[in-house]
Design a protein around this ligand. Structure first.
Ligand SMILES: NC(=O)c1ccc[n+]([C@@H]2O[C@H](COP(=O)([O-])OP(=O)(O)OC[C@H]3O[C@@H](n4cnc5c(N)ncnc54)[C@H](OP(=O)(O)O)[C@@H]3O)[C@@H](O)[C@H]2O)c1
Length: 308
């Protein structure tokens, strides 16, 4: 089968579209014929070797940990999926990924693909959607009327976090560049801060939850906008657990089929609209990585891999 693999860590030049062995199934696995694969910043962070201490990968490695496709074979011990089922998921990140015609995935990590969207849109949702759910729903426990600040509201995670926070009844403030203002408003944000012209810490206050998608200075300044009992959750770098009474938390998500089912229901109910900003052929994976690495992607990036 064709797959995009790396044989060494490095820049985009190490991406190789090549013939690779068909994945072998372990007990509990299904073989998914990949229709589309999502691209996430973690893909190029792994490619560059930044996460090699944390994630034990064997090389060569097939990248990509967002998939939408069709079950084409079922391993031993799998009872709830059958050949032909349309599924989507964020597979285990230490195994070979979805930039390939086929990927082996634990059945327990998959859910039925949302029925009302194409595979390419479904492939954009698992990793970023599980992340947004973890922060807004599980950690943040956002309640109606609370004030939520979402940094990078135009990004893959931010564009979903805005929608989930609105669904929970929050007043949502998002940061974005001026070019993405209308996009972020269309996702449901109540206020948009152009972070390039306005220091957000001067424009926002009394926030219950800060969703930190950027780390660094943005994280450090975010304490200032929180209520005294507010919560800062980062998905980039661990904040202090306490800062003048305010709480901090870090999240690194894993596979989560339960949340995938919640997200699919919201999509099929018309509540959640995954935003795909750029689509590429598998052969153009380097261009997809270049866009992701730029930090300027709008919504999600997906690769078209095969047919259902
Ligand atoms: N811990 C976890 O489990 C987890 C899960 C998912 C993602 N992550 C990490 O979270 C980060 C965000 O992921 P993502 O997929 O959302 O990234 P992304 O889609 O690549 O983010 C791109 C967006 O960031 C915005 N942006 C860039 N600099 C900004 C700034 N200073 N202020 C406000 N917006 C800014 C850009 O909007 P403008 O062009 O308008 O500036 C662009 O729309 C990445 O580092 C990723 O690795 C971690």
């Amino acid at each position: 089968m064709r797959a995009v693999r790396i044989h060494q860590y490095g820049s985009r030049e190490v991406l190789r579209l090549e013939e690779a062995p068909m994945p072998s199934l372990e007990d509990g696995d299904v073989l998914v014929k990949v229709v589309a694969a999502g691209v996430n910043p973690v893909d190029w962070k792994i490619r560059e070797g930044h996460l090699k201490e944390m994630l034990p990968h064997a090389l060569p490695l097939t990248l990509g940990w967002d998939v939408s496709g069709v079950v084409s074979a079922v391993g031993a011990g799998v009872a709830d999926l059958q050949v032909g089922d349309a599924v989507y998921g964020r597979p285990d990140i230490v195994r070979n990924g979805s930039y390939a015609e086929y990927v082996a995935v634990r059945a327990s990590e998959l859910a039925a693909k949302p029925a009302t969207i194409a595979h390419a849109t479904a492939a954009s949702l698992p990793l970023a959607g599980i992340t947004a759910w973890e922060v807004i729903v599980r950690q943040g426990r956002v309640q109606p009327g609370q004030r939520v600040l979402v940094h990078a509201g135009a990004g893959g995670v931010g564009s979903l976090a805005i929608q989930l926070a609105k669904w929970r009844g929050a007043h949502v403030i998002a940061t974005a560049s001026a070019a993405n203002r209308d996009l972020v408003l269309s996702l449901g944000a109540d206020e948009v801060i152009d972070y390039r012209s306005t220091p957000f810490q001067q424009a926002v206050r009394d926030v219950d939850l800060v969703f930190d998608t950027l780390g660094g200075t943005v994280q450090a300044l975010s304490w200032q906008v929180l209520k005294p009992d507010g919560l800062l959750v980062s998905i980039v770098s661990p904040p202090a657990e306490q800062h003048e009474g305010r709480r901090g938390a870090f999240v690194f998500i894993g596979p989560d089929a339960e949340v995938l089912r919640e997200l699919a229901a919201l999509v099929d109910d018309g509540v959640l609209r995954p935003l795909v900003g750029a689509e590429f052929a598998l052969a153009d994976v380097a261009a997809a990585h270049e866009l992701s690495e730029s930090g300027r992607a709008r919504g999600k990036i997906v690769l078209h891999v095969g047919t259902p």
